[in-house]
Design a protein around this ligand. Structure first.
Ligand code: NAD
Ligand code: IPM
Ligand code: MN
Length: 348
């Protein structure tokens, strides 16, 4: 049956504003493709925590497991909001979802549509994907403090890298590269300093590469990779990297391809043992929330990634084409969130 049982988590700040536009676009495209869409909205996030004290209750997590996919806006408090401890929502809700649902491929495509929007003078033809590991690294919360608050305080935040975890995401990156014209994987890490994790990643890339004779690969230290991301971003095809490096790389990648308002992502469970979750790369943007200033394009493109993941490639391509035509016709005149959503809807 062509049907989608979708969970929607709008979240905080600009989350609900951009998700409203993504849902509009999604509803139109599925209707015209003969796909039925059933939506269930879940109230979660910093605001919800303030009202209820809940981050992500187990019953809610179990309900989310019953959906085909999750469309997620953004969560997080404003930096100055002292009522909400930093990290509580990020850790206990967003990362809990990524970990519990085993979203080991955090897929973040970067494409420059036309030349409008890149701050680079000669950006070139930027078209790469970042395959960011999503369930390990320094994100696992494997840390703690000793003698907290004293001059002898010791804080640790141990990065977890397992052979299983690294291998599955590296293999995914090679598979994706194999399906792309340039067939090239770049491992980004820092094995000159992070020798244990770095060498595990490097050995794994070399081993998995044997399975993909047509795919070439190279390696860059994270610091040098950041040079090339600004001086020659068109050189990249598929970047594979750990959870924290991937987080940082993809904000810069967004900036060089027209801004964070365009950057989409998928938190994907490639084994399909749980629903995958699609969300813009950006956060709740408290500085512009509630003002209709947020660009909903990242959320709309995330809906396209969602359709792709569920096997509705035609519907996904239609959304992407509508976005490309909208982005290419931008003049720099500011438009509101709903106006951009309406323009993309009209271009469908
Ligand atoms: P942010 O991405 O929310 O904002 C960074 C800058 O980008 C801000 O100036 C913002 O106005 C701008 N921006 C973001 N999205 C935009 C859009 N769609 N259109 C136009 N401009 C946009 O990052 P931050 O300020 O570091 O974080 C704010 C909160 O969001 C924090 O609580 C953080 O933890 C959380 N966060 C959540 C997610 C997520 O839910 N996946 C991702 C990143 C940050
Ligand atoms: C992102 C965000 C999250 C991350 C935070 C909010 C936990 O920055 O999705 O890029 O670091 O993964
Ligand atoms: Mn981030």
């Amino acid at each position: 049956a062509r049907s989608i049982n979708l969970a929607v988590i709008p979240g905080d700040g600009i989350g609900p504003e951009v998700i409203a536009e993504a849902v509009k676009v999604l509803e139109k495209v599925v209707a015209s493709e003969g796909i039925t869409l059933e939506r269930t909205e879940y109230k979660l996030g910093a605001q919800h925590w303030l009202e209820t004290g809940e981050t992500l209750p187990d019953e809610t997590l179990e309900k989310l497991r019953g959906h085909d996919a999750i469309l997620f806006g953004a969560v997080g408090a404003a930096p100055g909001d002292t009522r909400i401890p930093s990290g509580i929502i990020e850790r206990e809700m967003l990362l809990k979802l990524r970990f519990s649902l085993d979203h080991y491929v955090n897929l973040r495509p970067s494409r420059l549509y036309g030349t409008v929007g890149s701050p680079l003078a000669n950006p070139g033809n930027i078209d790469f994907i970042v395959v960011r590991e999503g369930t390990e690294g320094p994100y696992v919360g494997n840390g703690g403090t000793l003698r907290g608050g004293t001059p002898h305080e010791v804080a640790t935040e141990v990065s977890l890298n397992t052979a299983h975890g690294v291998e599955r995401v590296v293999r995914d990156a090679f598979r994706r590269a194999n399906a792309r014209p340039r067939k090239h994987v770049t491992l980004v890490h820092k094995h000159n300093v992070l020798v244990y994790a770095g060498h595990l990643w490097k050995r794994t890339v070399e081993a998995v590469a044997q399975e993909f004779p047509e795919v070439t690969h190279d390696y860059l230290h994270i610091d040098a990779a950041m040079i090339f991301l600004v001086t020659d971003p068109a050189r990249f095809d598929v970047i594979v990297t750990d959870n924290l490096f991937g987080d940082i790389i993809t904000d810069l990648a967004a900036a060089v391809t027209g801004g964070i308002g365009l950057a989409a992502s998928g938190n994907i469970n490639m084994d399909r043992t749980a629903p995958s979750m699609f969300e813009p790369v950006h956060g709740s943007a408290p500085d512009i929330a509630g003002q209709q200033k947020a660009d909903p394009t990242a959320a709309i493109l995330s809906a396209a990634l969602l359709l792709d993941h569920l096997g509705y490639a035609d519907a996904a391509r239609r959304i992407e084409a509508a976005v490309v035509s909208d982005v290419e016709s931008r003049t720099g005149e500011p438009r509101g969130t709903a106006a951009i959503g309406d323009a993309i809807l009209a271009a469908l």
